[in-house]
Design a protein around this ligand. Sequence first.
Ligand code: PMP
Length: 388
Amino acid sequence: MTPWDGGIQQLKRDALFRELTLRTPGPRFSDGDRLVTNFATNDYLGLTQDDRVKAAALEAIRRFGTGSASSRLLGGHFAVHEELESVLAEWKGTEKALVFSSGYAANVGVLTALTGPDDGIFSDALNHASIIDGCRLSRATVQVYPHGDIDYLASLLAKTPLKGRRFIVSDGVFSMDGDIAPLRQLIELVERFDAWLVVDDAHGHGVVGRFGRGVVDALDIHHERVVQVGTLSKALASQGGFITGSRALIDWIVNSARSFIFSTGLAPAAAAAAMKAVEIIRTEPSRQTRLQQYITQVLTALGRPLPRVSTPIIPLLVGTADRALHVAGALWEEGVWAPAIRPPTVPVGTSRIRISLSAAHQPAEIETLVEVLKRLGMGGTSVDGITG
Ligand code: PMP
């Protein structure tokens, strides 16, 4: 008997226990003598398997070695970091950029560095866990507003007494729903309440906006009070996180974000791979175009409206955790790997299948996906035809 046995048994009873399952990378993999299509990754453009991205990582290992070996502020700041940061800043059209060892560390770092006990953070209820943890560590007053509810947020901003500054924080693309934040309305609130906006566009970069610049660009927002966070780990095919903004902002973060200061610099291979991925994203828009075609095809087949900015994350709402596992199992039998997403990743009662499309999928695989979803009675925004 260990102290954790009770908790483990409870998770199993609630269909919330998770196990690591060995997978092979890429948009499809073998399971015995059949091929399963992988709709579970965030490799939206398929660049993790691109030979040029791999070659860039290998070359960085040759030049710099396998690790940065210390904090960037000590001995771990190499030319490859500086080059990546100037590429990111130029791509995003900001003065400066700063990379972290993960998107998680970037969100925690930015929120804790920018806010303190006098300040207020106003956070969307469906924001990513790394934002939630950044809020918790910040010691600011944290107010959570219902997902996308601008009126509620405005009332919170108006009635929360604060000595310091107000920060609104939101995912750009919501990771489990695929919808985008109402950034234009959020900017109006920034102006009305003299606030700041932090946007975590982990799932938008590389996928939406001109040259894959993300959701802030897709909505044509240019505002000096916007701090953008991103990850190198999804469409950018690598590992790491980043923020973009003014020189002063970055100087402040370098001096105060503990997840930056007290963590080893990003591995050189990861930095070089991301840099090559950004170059490909900027110069070869065909992947974004193909991905958008797939998104349109699947949304249309499911009878869903086409939003102004559509993303490759397509949720099928199921309800309970065990039903989600059952539906994922049924899809698996049909050669479709689309995982069940359960609490605490999503709120209780909103377990779902998360389908994530990639430009690396073949047209025939998208057709099969659509055919399987229809055959299993999955359409609209929820799953109605399958009994669990
Ligand atoms: N923000 C969002 C919205 C995410 O979905 C994720 C990853 N799931 C992160 C941040 C964290 O990024 P990383 O994986 O690079 O730590």
